[in-house]
Design a protein around this ligand. Structure first.
Ligand SMILES: Cc1ncc(COP(=O)(O)O)c(C=O)c1O
Length: 393
């Protein structure tokens, strides 16, 4: 019914993944022949988006006027319906604020609730804007490494508490976790919420990857755990990863706490910021109303891609890969190859003709790892795996 095998040529479409990467990798690694390199890095998919979204945008295009608009109650109900249906989470439509993306939302939240010099804590390795944004706003980033024993990522809550004791104002949670693909347990989230209550830390829960989970893993929205109503929590959600519409620019902040919401609205007014544009609103509504079947099929397809990569890369000496519980990103451990990051990246780019993300992009805690995006047709995944093998010959 949905053809995820179809290869779409994304070259020359102003794609970050397929076009802009060439300049970046050329500048950083001085590699030639970038045209031949297969990009499996930044987190968007090489699948066509669900037709229902394209149709909704086209329908809106049929009206010849694109004047000022607002996000309809019906669109908010669609968002509420999705999270109710898929995550057992009842969102009060009044608590939804819109933004152009989760990353800009993080920036706005940090700007609103902290001052320069304040401490913002993150658990590493982690998605780069979690530390680059607070740093750019002159906040002090406090890093607490996740416990990586047992080939898994886990919280060391004692270590995190020690950090909180030093006067942390904000903690940014990635749930599920990028790059590790970990789906946090309810117990993890409850412990985190208790710590945030105890030390009066604002908890930002970035749940952009919530919809894509495998093999029975269950995402737990942070706002649904015990005592969440007693904590200061802002959850960021978006349809952009789930439906491959990052270029549409749309995200939501769920802010049940009225005081926090008022402050965010005040900041919005201070910056003259609007909600979603007309086409984004049409896309969001269609995705959340009618996207279930596509998402279920996409998850199955990506899960099979994951299985393929795990099986084949694990046969390579020095490489260890575990199937993630979430995201379409595989976190590859190459520490036992003995190669350093530059050597590994150069081998991949020059011999393997493959562009992956180097682990230190996710802080020093990511050293010895690579991130591979497998949200693409199986033929592309196979090409990537072959390139990986060649790189290590
Ligand atoms: C954890 C996380 N948050 C946010 C984003 C990007 O969000 P947006 O495109 O809405 O700014 C990504 C993209 O990879 C991500 O992995």
């Amino acid at each position: 019914m949905f053809n995820f095998d179809e290869l779409h040529n994304r070259k020359n479409t102003n794609s970050l993944k397929w076009d802009l990467f060439k300049e970046r990798y050329k500048a950083q690694y001085k590699v030639e022949n970038v045209e031949e390199i297969l990009p499996m890095w930044v987190a968007d998919m090489d699948f066509a988006i669900p037709q229902i979204i394209t149709d909704a945008i086209k329908e809106r295009l049929d009206h010849p006027i694109f004047g000022y608009s607002y996000v309809s109650d019906a669109c908010k109900e669609s968002i509420v319906g999705w999270f109710e249906r898929r995550h057992n989470w009842t969102i009060d439509p009044k608590s939804i604020l819109f933004h152009q993306g989760v990353v800009p939302a993080l920036a706005t939240i940090i700007e609103t609730f902290t001052e320069p010099g304040d401490k913002v804590a993150v658990s590493t390795p982690i998605y780069p804007p979690f530390f680059s944004i607070p740093k750019a706003q002159n906040r002090e980033v406090v890093e607490c490494k996740l416990d990586t024993s047992n080939n898994d990522y886990n919280y060391d809550f004692d270590a995190l508490e020690e950090q909180f004791k030093t006067g942390v104002k904000v903690y940014i949670l990635c749930s599920p976790h990028n790059p590790g693909g970990k789906v946090w347990l309810r117990e993890d989230l409850e412990q985190l919420v208790q710590l945030c209550i105890k030390y009066d830390v604002l908890l930002i829960s970035d749940e952009i990857h919530a919809d894509i989970v495998f093999d029975g893993a269950k995402h737990i929205p942070t706002l649904t755990v015990k005592d969440a109503d007693k904590a200061k929590i802002i959850t960021c959600i978006a349809p952009t990863k789930t439906f491959n519409i990052a270029g549409i620019h749309a995200a939501m902040m769920v802010v049940p706490n009225v005081e926090l919401r008022n402050k965010l609205n005040f900041n919005k007014a201070a910056h003259g910021r609007d909600d979603l544009n007309i086409l984004a609103a049409a896309a969001v509504k269609a995705a959340y109303d009618e996207g279930d079947e596509w998402v279920d099929a996409m998850i199955q397809y990506v899960s099979n891609n994951m299985d393929y990569v795990v099986e084949h890369l694990n046969k390579i000496e020095g490489i260890k890969v575990t199937k993630p519980q979430s995201t379409y990103l595989i976190w590859i451990d190459y520490r036992e190859t003995g190669l350093d990051e530059k050597e590994m990246m150069l081998r991949l780019l020059e011999k393997g003709k493959l562009a992956l993300e180097p682990g230190t992009k996710y802080t020093e805690a990511g050293r010895g790892f690579l991130r591979m995006n497998v949200a693409c047709p199986l033929d592309t995944v196979k090409e990537g795996v072959e390139g990986f093998k060649k790189a290590l010959l």
